[in-house]
Design a binder for this molecule. Sequence first.
Ligand code: AMP
Ligand code: MG
Length: 392
Amino acid sequence: MLDFDTALSRLLLAARVSSGVDVLPLSQANGRVLSHDLVSQVSVPSFDNSAMDGYALNIGDSWPDSFKLVQRIAAGNVGQALNSGEAARIFTGAPIPAGANVVVMQENCRTEDGQVYIAAPLELGSNIRLRGEDIAAGSVILPAGTRLSPAAIGLVASIGVAELTVKQRLRVALLSTGDELVEPGQPLGAGQIYNSNRYALTALLDDCLITDLGIVPDDAELTRDILQTAAKQHDVLITSGGVSVGEEDHVKGAVELLGHLDLWKIAIKPGKPFAYGRIGDCDFIGLPGNPVSSLVTFLLLVRPFLLARLACLKLQPARFKLMAAFDWKKAGNRREFLRGKLNEQGHVEIYPQQGSGVLTSLVWGDGLVDIAVGETIKLGDSVQFIPFHSMR
Ligand code: AMP
Ligand code: MG
């Protein structure tokens, strides 16, 4: 069995960067991966402007007792130059008039007979947002490989760019294996279970162009035929189940016949029967059938792999250290990823049932606690935590 880190690095090494791009309006670019560096042609803000509703002042050599109110500048308007000792009523976002060297918030000002009185002098430059303080013209605001977040899309809009060139979505075929599987909405016969992986994986793959091939029965020939056809039309083929060593597991054999397997079996829990290979030009990923194993291996291995295929800069989820609010007494011979949740103290608890079929643990949890091979944990020890929100 391969250890987790080796498996992950081999997987990332095997990830060939796809070349296709799409040009999309900003409104459709969320979650997509930028294909080139984005350079700003403009400065943001493009003019010095007020950070407050208040008064812009021209302070000469020293602070006068009061300032003469000479104009009013709302956002979207441009005022006149202020002379020494003059004030302009100004609003947030309005351009700072020439000559003004400070803005005082209105709560600290009093006006009487056309004069503005200030409660206390403040540092010159206060409450003025300087031209270019967010973005300098000519700078790279987003490097190639950025996965576009809502904030990144806002940043792009702020430089006036309306379209982005992003990596094309990967074409992914999804296949569920198992004679026992029944679709939700159908009656369940004896010995049958609902196909949950299909729906959870479809949701996880929402950045991809998915072809859902449904359920393939546990049959060698059928499995082979469907994999062979799908491999010709997709970038990545993902199966769930049927990749273990049982007589009813036909996926592994089919891939070995049609192409080759590069990884199979990883020393992790949950998720041991994880497979990677290729059929022709198509990547093959065989996920375990057990729902928790399937989803955890997707998050830890497949997600970085798919992002690497798009040349994404950030492949790995965030990790941080938390204090354990649990004991873990049995040292394992596989690296273990426990479903954990933050308690009110900010310490991590674990779900009482960590079985690979207990999907509730994943819904309950905020993330995964990473337990090394041979490691035991005592209440209060520091543990590595990988939050689910950083694996979106
Ligand atoms: P397998 O890897 O095919 O031996 O499956 C391992 C376990 O996962 C068995 O208990 C299967 O019934 C279950 N399983 C396989 N595929 C799915 C699926 N799509 N949804 C839910 N459970 C599944
Ligand atoms: Mg099966």
